[in-house]
Design a protein around this ligand. Structure first.
Ligand SMILES: Nc1ncnc2c1ncn2[C@@H]1O[C@H](COP(=O)(O)OP(=O)(O)OP(=O)(O)O)[C@@H](O)[C@H]1O
Ligand SMILES: [Mg+2]
Length: 316
């Protein structure tokens, strides 16, 4: 069988801001139905690249091919019409509008009257929220009243309300707790099973192992590696590409002192009402820190260690 042409092919994309060359000739190929991870340190150019793809920034030079044809993405609406949706790092919802109004912003007006349209928007929004694992979100609620995780779900519902073929997610897991991350991964799995491509930006290498198919690494506005296998590329290679340093330097050998000894930091019964239960923690020389029993049910939820990868073992 002939190899499928890429769904998306960005080539030689450059973009400068005053005093900064944010993108310097970047190539990115994405296949239908894959999770393509975009990795890079802070300031590497990840968000700028996906804003070019979203039609929010115009590139200075470079070409974008979409389903085999050269396209110009003049605006976010133009990208959305082609089936490219973006869940931004800084969500771009309108807080004083309802969930359903946000989901249907940017849709073509129909000939139906206002009341009929609003009712239809609410019921289709409710269906999307259910599909996204959050039936508890009321489509009539103001977006500004929702949690960060719920707002992200609304942003995804808006993406899915269009006929989407590629969804870009910029650091989607950053504000989520482990249960919410598990739900996010389920959504990503459902989308790719339907042939939708996902471009997934994350700093967390273990997530990329878990859900990624291929990885493109950006460093200082350049793609230093494109389309590496996410499951099998050794961690040290990925880290070296991201940082330009070998791993021995990034994670220097521990000092010769034996682990253990007197704690250098002791915390007892630290708590914050409504946010985390009382917490004890000790840090000893030569060890990573941790609370005495992190698996305890009352260990702070957002600080519990994330669960081990379900079906992939980290290499490297
Ligand atoms: N609108 C802008 N105006 C000026 N400079 C910008 C703008 N957007 C990004 N930059 C600069 O371009 C470079 C790339 O930024 P970008 O936000 O794309 O990085 P990133 O890889 O997404 O980083 P992070 O991991 O911190 O989100 C940085 O030096 C940044 O300061
Ligand atoms: Mg960014």
């Amino acid at each position: 069988m002939a190899p499928q042409p890429p769904l998306l092919s960005m080539s030689g994309i450059t973009k400068s801001f005053p005093g900064v060359r944010a993108l310097d000739g970047v190539d990115l190929d994405v296949q239908a139905g894959e999770v393509h991870c975009l990795l890079g340190q802070n300031g590497a150019g990840k968000s700028t690249l996906i804003k070019v793809l979203a039609g929010a920034h115009q590139p200075d030079t470079g070409t974008i091919r979409w389903r085999g044809e050269d396209v110009t993405l003049r605006s976010p609406i133009a990208a959305m019409r082609l089936g490219i949706a973006t869940i931004y790092q800084e969500l771009d919802l309108v807080e004083h509008l309802s969930v359903a109004e946000n989901v249907h912003l940017g849709h073509e007006p129909t000939t139906a009257g206002f009341v009929v349209r609003a009712k239809a928007a609410k019921s289709s929004t409710a269906r999307l929220l259910k599909r996204l694992g959050h039936p508890e979100i009321d489509p009539g609620r103001l977006v500004g009243e929702l949690s960060a995780a719920q707002q992200q779900i609304v942003s995804m519902a808006r993406a899915l309300s269009h006929d989407v073929r590629l969804i870009v997610m910029d650091e989607p897991s950053a504000a989520l707790d482990p249960d919410e991350v598990a739900n996010l991964f389920r959504i990503v799995g459902d989308l790719t099973a339907d042939g939708v491509a996902v471009v997934y930006i994350s700093h967390r290498l273990e997530e990329i192992r878990r859900i990624g198919d291929r990885v493109t690494v950006l460093k200082d506005g350049r793609a230093v590696a494109g389309g590496l296998p996410a499951e099998s590329t050794p961690t040290r290679e990925v880290v070296a590409l991201m940082t330009g340093r070998n791993v021995e330097y990034v994670f220097p050998e521990r000092p010769a002192t034996a682990p253990g000894g007197e704690p250098v930091l002791t915390v007892e019964g630290l708590s914050r009402t409504g946010e985390f239960a009382p917490l004890d923690l000790q840090v000893r020389p030569g060890r990573s820190w941790g609370w005495p029993d992190s698996s305890a049910p009352d260990a702070p939820r957002s600080w519990r260690p994330s669960t081990a990868p379900a079906n992939r073992t980290p290499a490297g």
